[in-house]
Design a protein around this ligand. Structure first.
Ligand SMILES: *[C@@H]1O[C@H](CO)[C@@H](O)[C@H](O)[C@H]1NC(C)=O
Ligand SMILES: *[C@@H]1O[C@H](CO)[C@@H](O)[C@H](O)[C@H]1NC(C)=O
Ligand SMILES: *[C@@H]1O[C@H](CO)[C@@H](O)[C@H](O)[C@H]1NC(C)=O
Length: 489
C-alpha cells in the first residue's frame, strides 16, 4: 500500500471520530524546557504550575524524570518526539510502537499523566535545517498514529507538528500568505491529517525576533497597545505583528483548502535579558498584552471572535544551556528565572492576579566564586574564555543586565557562573589561584550573581523509592521488634 493510500485510509478512519475544537478550549499553557544545569526538581515545577493554575504544559521530549512528576496533577501534557528520532520512526512501525509504549502508554490511564498531544518533531521544517527532517514528518506521523490506534489511545491522544512561522511567508500583507513552495505538498497532507483528527495546526510566533532582526521594524507593532504603523490589507487593518502573522498563516491554510483549521500557538513570548529590546518592561508588556488579547476572544480580522485553540508561552524558565546562535537573549525567555522566581507581575488569566514563586527550591549553600582582589588578572583571558564557553556569560554583553560591571566584575561573574554550574566544587573556583570563594553576595544593582540548585537530592528521592536510608530504618525497626520480643524492650 502506497503512502497516499495509507494516509487516505487513516483519514477515513479518523474522520469518524474527528472532534472539532471549540473556542471555549482556549487556554494559556507553558513550554517547559530543561536545557539547564540548574534544574528545579520536577515535583517543585509541578507544584509551581499548580499554584499558578497552569493547566497545560508542552514538553520538547519525553523525559521520564519530568513525566514521573505529572501523574494526578490534572495538567494536560504535550510530549515531543525530537527531530533526531523522526527518521527511525518514519521508517519503522516497530520503532513507532516502541516510542508510544515507552513514552505514552506507560504513563496514561487512571491516575496517570494526562497526555493529550504528541508533537511530531519540533519546528522540523525550519529553514536552517535545510530540509533534513522534512520528508520524515508525515511518514513518522502516520506510523505513530497507527501505534496509537493499536494501543487504543487514538481517540484521546492527538498528533501535531509545531512549526516555525518561517514555514509560510508573504510578499506584503497577511492576505498574501503562502506556505514555502517546497512545503506545499507536505503542508496539504499535514492539514488534511490534522483536520480529520480534530487537532490544531501548531505555530510558533515571535514578534520579538522580527524586532530584533530588523532595524526598521516599527517597535510599537511588536506590542498590543496599537501602532502608529498599522498594516492595511484591503478591508482589514493590523495593529500588531502577532495578528498579522496569525492571519498570514490563515491565508496560507486557505490557499491549500484548510482555511478553517484551528490554530494553536506552540510558542510565543519575550526574553528579558541579553539584548536591549529584551528587558523586563518589554517582556511584561508583550506577554500581558498577548494574554489579554487572547482572553477577550476578539480573534483576528480573518478569524473574528475566534481566539487560538491554545497558547503555550515560551517559556516557563530561563535555560542557560540553550544555544546562543540566535543571540544572547536565547537563554532568557522564562516568565520565571531558572529557579522558579517570577521575573515580573503577570496575570495569566487563570485566576491569580500575579505569578506565584516556586517553593522549597533546593539551593546550594549561599556562597559564590569571585576574582581574588589580591591577584593580578593579566593572565585571566583563557580562564574567562573557558568559563564562559561552558557556563553562561550572556548577561555580560551589550544589552545584558551585567554589562558595565567593569573588568573585575566580568571575571567574577564568569568565575561564579562556572563554579555554580560545577555545583560549587571548590576546585572549580581555583583558576590558577585567581579565584576565591566568598560568603558575601557579590550581586550589584540589576546584575544578579546566582546560587545554583542542588539537583542530587531530588533525583535520589525519586529514583530510590525505598533507598539506603529506608533500608537502614527497616533494619532498626526489626532489630527493635526482635529485642522487644526477646524481652529486652
Ligand atoms: C522515548 O523518549 C525519550 C526522550 O525523548 C527518548 O530518548 C527515547 O528514545 C524514546 N523511546 C523510544 C523507545 O523511542
Ligand atoms: C526595553 O525594550 C523596549 C522594547 O524593545 C525598548 O523600547 C526599551 O528601550 C527597553 N528598555 C530599556 C531600559 O532598555
Ligand atoms: C566585560 O565583558 C563584556 C563582554 O565581553 C564587554 O563588553 C565589556 O567591555 C567588558 N568590560 C570590561 C571593563 O572589560
Amino acid at each position: 500500500m502506497g503512502a497516499r493510500a495509507v494516509l487516505l485510509a487513516l483519514l477515513l478512519a479518523l474522520s469518524a471520530q474527528g472532534r472539532r475544537f471549540l473556542a471555549a478550549d482556549a487556554a494559556v499553557g507553558v513550554n517547559w524546557g530543561t536545557l539547564s544545569s540548574h534544574r528545579v526538581p520536577p515535583s517543585v515545577v509541578v507544584d509551581l504550575m499548580r499554584a499558578n493554575r497552569i493547566g497545560k504544559v508542552k514538553l520538547f521530549d519525553a523525559d521520564p524524570t519530568v513525566l514521573r512528576a505529572l501523574p494526578g496533577s490534572g495538567i494536560q501534557v504535550m510530549v515531543g518526539i525530537t527531530n533526531d528520532a523522526l527518521a527511525v520512526i518514519a521508517g519503522s512501525a516497530a520503532a513507532a510502537d516502541a516510542w508510544v509504549a515507552q513514552n505514552v502508554s506507560r504513563y496514561v490511564g487512571r491516575g496517570g499523566v494526562d497526555i493529550r498531544y504528541i508533537a511530531v518533531g519540533n519546528e522540523p521544517f525550519l529553514t536552517s535545517y535545510q530540509g533534513q527532517f522534512q520528508s520524515y514528518v508525515i511518514p513518522a506521523m502516520m506510523n505513530i498514529q497507527q501505534s496509537l490506534v493499536r494501543a487504543n489511545l487514538a481517540n484521546y491522544v492527538k498528533l501535531v507538528v509545531p512549526c516555525n512561522a518561517d514555514a509560510y511567508q508573504s510578499a506584503s500583507v497577511p492576505s498574501q500568505g503562502v506556505f514555502r513552495v517546497e512545503l506545499t505538498q507536505i503542508m496539504t497532507q499535514l492539514a488534511a491529517f490534522l483536520s480529520s483528527s480534530g487537532a490544531p495546526f501548531v505555530v510558533n510566533i515571535y514578534p520579538f525576533l522580527s524586532l530584533y532582526q530588523s532595524s526598521d521594524f516599527p517597535q510599537d507593532y511588536a506590542f498590543f497597545e496599537g501602532s502608529t504603523h498599522p498594516v492595511v490589507d484591503g478591508p482589514n487593518t493590523y495593529y500588531n505583528a502577532f495578528d498579522g502573522n496569525f492571519d498570514t498563516l490563515v491565508s496560507a491554510l486557505s490557499k491549500i483548502g484548510y482555511g478553517q483549521l484551528p490554530i494553536a500557538i506552540g510558542e510565543v513570548g519575550w526574553p528579558t535579558d541579553g539584548a536591549s529590546s529584551a528587558n523586563l518592561t518589554a517582556a511584561r508588556a508583550f506577554n500581558q498584552g498577548l494574554i489579554n488579547r487572547v482572553m477577550n476572544n476578539k480573534g483576528t480580522p480573518l478569524r473574528p471572535g475566534v481566539p487560538p485553540a491554545d497558547v503555550y508561552l515560551f517559556s516557563l524558565f530561563d535555560e542557560e544551556q540553550k544555544s546562543i546562535l540566535p543571540g544572547n537573549f536565547e537563554r532568557h525567555w522564562g516568565i520565571f528565572s531558572f529557579d522558579g522566581q517570577a521575573k515580573y507581575p503577570l496575570n495569566l488569566g487563570l485566576g491569580n492576579p500575579v505569578l506565584k514563586n516556586a517553593k522549597e527550591v533546593p539551593y546550594l549553600p549561599s556562597r559564590w566564586c569571585i576574582a581574588n582582589p589580591a591577584q593580578n588578572l593579566d593572565s585571566v583571558a583563557n580562564h574567562l574564555k573557558l568559563a564562559c564557553s561552558l557556563a553562561d556569560c550572556t548577561r555580560l554583553y551589550y544589552g545584558g543586565s551585567c554589562n558595565g560591571i567593569g573588568e573585575n566584575g566580568n571575571v567574577s561573574y564568569a568565575f561564579n557562573s562556572y563554579y555554580q554550574q560545577q555545583k560549587q566544587d571548590a576546585k572549580s573556583c581555583n583558576f590558577d589561584g585567581l579565584g576565591m570563594i566568598t560568603y558575601l553576595d557579590p550581586s550589584m544593582d540589576d546584575c544578579h550573581f546566582l546560587v545554583g540548585i542542588d539537583d542530587s537530592r531530588s533525583s535520589a528521592v525519586s529514583s530510590c523509592g525505598c533507598g539506603a536510608c529506608c533500608m537502614v530504618w527497616f533494619l532498626f525497626f526489626w532489630v527493635f521488634m526482635y529485642l522487644r520480643m526477646m524481652g529486652f524492650g
